[in-house]
Design a protein. Structure first.
Length: 184
């Protein structure tokens, strides 16, 4: 790892049990959770800041609703984070407490984003963070998403959706990397 990690927070987005619910459909990247665990361990080994983000869905019947088993973090999310952000929208920067203010207050200039879903809350958090001036590292193989059936009934595969997110983010928002790029 290089010097930038000293001022980069690991932002672990929505790694919650509710995403194991079958309603989401087929997913990509079965190694996501393992890679998230590797990142958390590496950040902790170095004493770098770790932020956990939890989606508290306001939608009726959501598997991510507060008070449900699905709202809980998956087993890979262990220990106490330096900051816990809760949100009911896509970006961790629009949750509580204010992630951007906390990062700035602690002299943190970059974010390494991982979690669930690649093209939803992870991508939105990454875009907003970049727009706010934080140096972005997006750890693609520590994210996953699900197939989407479009209004035309076409199935857009999770692996392709993930590639599109990577192309967009790497082109204009920050750097897309793998877990091994950061921890090996």
């Amino acid at each position: 790892m290089s010097d930038w990690e000293n001022s980069t927070a690991l932002v672990v987005v929505d790694v919650q049990k509710g995403f194991d619910d079958s309603q989401w459909g087929d997913r990509n990247n079965p190694d996501c959770e393992m890679n998230v665990g590797r990142l958390i361990a590496a950040w902790r080994d170095h004493g770098w800041p770790v932020v956990f983000v939890r989606h508290d869905s306001a939608s009726i019947g959501s598997p991510l609703a507060p008070g449900t088993k699905g709202n809980e973090f998956k087993d890979v999310i262990t220990g106490k984070p330096d900051l816990l952000v809760t949100k009911s929208v896509h970006s961790a920067f629009h949750g509580s407490p204010d992630l951007g203010a906390w990062l700035t207050e602690h002299g943190i200039t970059g974010i390494a984003v991982c979690g669930i879903q690649t093209n939803m809350c992870c991508e939105t958090t990454a875009r907003v963070g970049s727009d706010l001036g934080f140096e972005l590292v997006f750890v693609l193989d520590a994210t996953h998403t699900f197939d989407i059936i479009g209004p035309n009934r076409h199935v857009y595969r999770a692996r392709e959706i993930s590639r599109y997110t990577a192309l967009t983010l790497d082109a204009d928002f920050g750097q897309v990397v793998s877990t091994s790029d950061l921890v090996d």
